[in-house]
Design a protein around this ligand. Structure first.
Ligand SMILES: NC(=O)c1ccc[n+]([C@@H]2O[C@H](COP(=O)([O-])OP(=O)(O)OC[C@H]3O[C@@H](n4cnc5c(N)ncnc54)[C@H](O)[C@@H]3O)[C@@H](O)[C@H]2O)c1
Length: 341
């Protein structure tokens, strides 16, 4: 492709703005913005000299190479299907869909129309995640016995999008919007599939109808066991903090992500001890570079819709386990899965 790629953004909220900035930094032409909130669409469109629309269908009429979907979760599927039918490449924020049926239908449509589709698992593109992935892939950890992941999400405030509190639009609470990143990152880091899920959830924030606590125990095909905690306290003012640890046979790692702009990765082990602080990371730039280069070259993209379906399936298995108080086999629950190991 010799010309600039033509990108549309669906959703001019916090992620739509971040995606638009990253696409522009890579030299893409942001041609149109769709948001049902007319003022938001107009403001973001003005910044990039783009056209503003009230709906994704109108935006698609412009003729796009790629569409970035940054909408409330339950609206992703319809927007993505419309784009796939128009043979427009997709970058879809997580969770890409809210049910497995939607996910399967979208995957089938993308295959049918030859559409490149990438899921927005930004945590794979954090500098600390990539350093850790390289260390694990080089074999420095040996066997990995345990992973522990703890996400304390920021308070819901007046500035938080109201749909974060609503099951019909969000599809779920902290597991669906936050823990899903940890699930995808662990699968990717360990290069192994999750085979079983045992979970508890709790909804104690009276201003929301979604869970604000999720606890999950995961077993991986390679034998690793993991404990994941995600919580959003209803107390105003508590700050976001994300911390995870990997315990191996020869090496341990501990990673703290206060914000994307402040990450710390520490290795503990006789030969490989060390600590690194990252303050200049721009994971959205790296993520969108992956998407734009796949779009231009036609090569496969990662994370793809199968990665997205598995992470969504594990979140839904967490909800099922919490409801039934039983462990859930992901092979039985998610079904049509190519379990890797
Ligand atoms: N990758 C990350 O690190 C990260 C971080 C935060 C959020 N997210 C994801 O980004 C996505 C968007 O979240 P957000 O925080 O930007 O939300 P947001 O509320 O800030 O933005 C969503 C926008 O969609 C618009 N909208 C709602 N209904 C619409 C419709 N029918 N048609 C067109 N526009 C409509 C809203 O007016 C709003 O401007 C979600 O999937 C969320 O999980 C990802």
């Amino acid at each position: 492709m010799n010309r600039k790629i033509r990108i549309g953004i669906a959703g001019a909220g916090q992620m739509g703005i971040a995606h638009a900035q990253a696409f522009a930094a890579h030299g893409a032409d942001i041609v149109g913005i769709a948001d049902s909130h007319a003022e938001r669409a107009k403001n973001l469109a003005q910044t990039f000299g783009a056209a503003a629309f009230g709906s994704v269908a109108q935006l698609l009429e412009m003729g796009l190479d790629g569409l970035s979907i940054c909408l409330p979760h339950s609206l992703h599927f319809d927007a993505a299907m419309k784009a796939a039918e128009n043979r427009v490449a997709l970058l879809i924020e997580k969770p890409h869909c809210v049910t497995l049926d939607e996910s399967r239908a979208l995957r089938a449509a993308c295959t049918r129309h030859g559409v490149v589709a990438m899921a927005g698992f930004t945590h794979r593109f954090l500098a600390t995640s990539r350093r850790l992935k390289a260390a694990i892939s080089s074999g420095r950890f040996g066997r990995i016995d345990l992973a522990v992941d703890r996400l304390i999400a920021g308070s819901l405030t007046a500035a938080t999008p109201t749909w974060y509190r609503q099951r019909t639009l969000a599809g779920g609470g902290i597991a669906m919007i936050g823990m899903i990143h940890s699930i995808d990152r662990l699968r990717w880091l360990l290069d192994s599939e999750i085979t079983s899920v045992t979970a508890l959830t709790r909804q104690s924030d009276s201003t929301a109808d979604v869970e604000n606590t999720a606890l999950a125990l995961l077993e991986f095909a390679n034998g690793t066991q993991a404990s994941l905690i995600a919580h959003r306290s209803p107390v105003a003012g508590h700050e976001r903090a994300h911390h995870y640890e990997i315990f191996g046979e020869h090496l341990n790692a501990s990673c703290a992500i206060g914000s994307f702009a402040h990450q710390q990765l520490r290795f503990v082990g006789s030969a490989d001890a060390g600590c690194e602080t990252v303050t200049d990371d721009q994971p959205f730039l790296t993520e969108i570079q992956e998407f734009t280069s796949a779009l231009v070259s036609g090569k496969s993209v990662s994370p793809d819709l199968m990665d997205a379906e598995i992470a969504l399936g594990v979140v839904l298995a967490i909800y099922e386990s919490a409801k039934t108080r039983q462990p859930i086999s992901t092979r039985e629950f998610i079904g049509d899965l190519s379990i890797k190991k």
